[in-house]
Design a protein around this ligand. Structure first.
Ligand SMILES: [Zn+2]
Length: 101
């Protein structure tokens, strides 16, 4: 994905997911929500417990002969111990799109 394309995708309102929507996604997908390190259930997005979940670009290290590959991800951080986990954005966005119909 080119940098311009990635920037454009990050600006689309359809890519917005709220913290509450993400909690619904986790419940529907039977995702265990306690922290795998400290066992607490006290998550926040990368920048806090705001309304909108920030999408982030996760860049894979370049192969010796290829371009950098990017994925859109949601990042969660445990507020108790600081453990960080990532969820690929596309399954969440597809779920949200189907839910809205
Ligand atoms: Zn933790």
């Amino acid at each position: 994905m080119a940098d311009d394309e990635a920037d454009a995708r990050l600006q689309r309102p359809a890519l917005e997911v709220t913290f509450d929507e993400f909690k619904d996604y986790c419940a529907e997908k039977n995702i265990i929500t306690h922290c795998p390190m400290c066992k607490k259930i006290d998550w926040q997005t990368a920048i806090g417990q705001n309304e909108k979940f920030p999408l982030q670009l996760y860049g894979m290290p370049p192969a010796p002969s290829g371009p950098i590959e990017y994925s859109l991800v949601f990042e969660m951080a445990c507020r108790n111990c600081g453990f960080i986990c990532h969820f690929q954005a596309n399954p969440v966005l597809d779920w949200k799109a189907r839910r809205g119909k």
